[in-house]
Design a protein around this ligand. Sequence first.
Ligand SMILES: CC(C)(COP(=O)(O)OP(=O)(O)OC[C@H]1O[C@@H](n2cnc3c(N)ncnc32)[C@H](O)[C@@H]1OP(=O)(O)O)[C@@H](O)C(=O)NCCC(=O)NCCS
Length: 146
Amino acid sequence: MSVNVIFRMATIDDVEQVKQIDCSYDYEQYSKEMIRSSILNDVNILAILDDVIVGYVSASIVLDEAELLKIVVAKECRGMGIGKRLIQQLFEVLKVKNVTTVFLEVRKSNVVAKQMYLQLGFQKIFERKEYYDGDDAEVFKIEFGK
Ligand SMILES: CC(C)(COP(=O)(O)OP(=O)(O)OC[C@H]1O[C@@H](n2cnc3c(N)ncnc32)[C@H](O)[C@@H]1OP(=O)(O)O)[C@@H](O)C(=O)NCCC(=O)NCCS
């Protein structure tokens, strides 16, 4: 399904709305201060539908490597392709910043997110046993141009 979503970089004026979206994910919720700090220091891209923020992705960059820190889409807007498009938008921004490799960590039980990452070209590289409370972590990586 293709919806009329626009994408833009987050600013600190978006902290409240990003926090609301973040609350729709049960795990590793960020405080407003963490979101504010990430908006100032990392790459944060918003998905906007009818003037409302319906998703965001954030990633930190160190030299030519990035780590995808979080992606959340509002519950009522999932399954519409927004998550995938957010990551594609992120890739475009990271490439301009000369990033060549992106890593991320995901709960082993998070089947939906893992399926999305695989479809986008990420590959699982290793697992961290019991990394999350009662759940293993899987680390994924993508190298642009490979
Ligand atoms: C993970 C998440 C961001 C995906 O966003 P989304 O907008 O729903 O995803 P999309 O609609 O772009 O779908 C992307 C792919 O995910 C997979 N997917 C989506 N919904 C799925 C479902 N119900 N079951 C299985 N796979 C699913 C599919 O591979 C899909 O691609 P396809 O539609 O071409 O088959 C969203 O489910 C979410 O916010 N989850 C809670 C937060 C979270 O788990 N974040 C990741 C860890 S930080």
